[in-house]
Write a protein that binds this ligand. Structure first.
Ligand SMILES: C[S@@+](CC[C@H](N)C(=O)[O-])C[C@H]1O[C@@H](n2cnc3c(N)ncnc32)[C@H](O)[C@@H]1O
Length: 301
């Protein structure tokens, strides 16, 4: 089985506008599909640094002296790039979320298709798992994640139900969770509902939105002026953060202006509208269907 089929590969590579002697960063290495394509566009002096917090990704690292794998969370991007004396860089690529490999490995607990322990950690060394979350979170915390990250209108009722059940017996496996949420599923919407519940738990377990915010904020410090930021999101919560950040340098609110009314924004948006996979790509790789690509270019200081 292939580890991961890279999404919007050409658009990402074009978006990076690769300088063959430049330094690039792929913050979500995964199966390395995007990284290998970046390497093809780099000359002998070019460099590529890649991050992945999942140890499984290391098996895909190309044997190439221009390439360095940093097996850590991308929220530490600036410190690691500093350590490798790689700042400033010419381009950063992020292909957010989980890989097909993570979904398809039954034991990782990401997928509603298999019975497994409720794990859902990308980094298996971290303490919080989906099981621990369902054991320890308060009703209010569960309601918040189902509402904010799953956008579920039944968030309150679902949280209450899980709290009641867990006082009698622990919720340990994906199929136990599926059985508990089944009564809340509308007919014909079963798959979507379950996917939203799993997605919301996964986002919280991996603290995905906070890591994304921290990484985005550091991109303007590590990119050189004219450098490109290319980000692919797979749901509206991520995309909203990326869109606002590229537009205004902030995640919410208005663009900041100086005393003369000039806007102070770190990036210029290269994509006015987001780029999405075409029908041919979606046909070939159904998992690409929700991809939303946005590109920004670092402004002069
Ligand atoms: C969608 S896959 C990337 C696939 C890759 N572009 C390819 O072509 O194979 C996302 C990868 O990023 C990793 N990842 C997600 N969030 C991360 C984070 N905060 N820090 C480091 N790695 C992360 C996941 O472990 C996963 O392997």
């Amino acid at each position: 089985m292939i580890y991961h089929d890279p999404v919007l590969l050409n658009a990402c590579i074009e978006g990076l506008r690769i300088n063959p002697s430049g330094t690039y960063v792929d913050v979500t290495f995964g199966g390395g599909g995007h990284s290998r394509e970046i390497l093809k566009h780099l000359g002998p002096d070019g460099k590529l640094f890649a991050f992945d917090q999942d140890n499984d990704a290391a098996a895909n690292a190309p044997d190439d002296e221009r390439f360095t794998l940093i097996p850590h969370n991308f929220k530490f991007i600036k410190n690691y790039l500093k350590l490798y004396r790689a700042i400033p860089v010419d381009g950063i690529l992020a292909d957010l979320g989980v890989s097909s490999h993570q979904f398809d490995e039954a034991g990782r607990g990401f997928s509603i298709r298999f019975d497994a322990n409720l794990d859902m950690r990308m980094n298996v060394l971290q303490g919080m798992t989906a099981q621990k979350l369902l054991e320890t979170y308060s009703e209010e915390e569960l309601r918040r994640i189902f509402k904010e990250y799953g956008e579920l209108s039944e968030a309150g009722k679902l949280a209450k139900h899980l709290i009641n059940v867990r006082s009698d017996r622990p919720i340990k496996t994906t199929q136990q969770l599926m059985d508990l949420i089944r009564p809340f599923m509308r007919r014909g919407q079963e798959h979507t509902f379950a996917a939203q519940v799993f997605q919301s738990i996964r986002i919280e377990v991996n603290d995905e939105l906070e890591s994304l915010k921290q990484m985005l904020l550091q991109t303007s410090e590590v990119l050189r002026p004219g450098g490109r930021l290319v980000v692919m999101s797979y749901h509206s919560l991520e995309d909203r953060l990326v869109k606002n950040f590229i537009r205004s340098g902030k995640f919410e609110g208005e663009v900041e202006k100086d005393l003369f009314g000039h806007s102070k924004v770190p990036f210029k948006a290269i994509t006015r509208k987001p780029v999405r996979p075409d029908a041919e790509e979606i046909n070939r790789n159904n998992r690409s269907r929700s991809a939303i690509l946005r590109i920004g270019e670092k402004n002069e200081e």
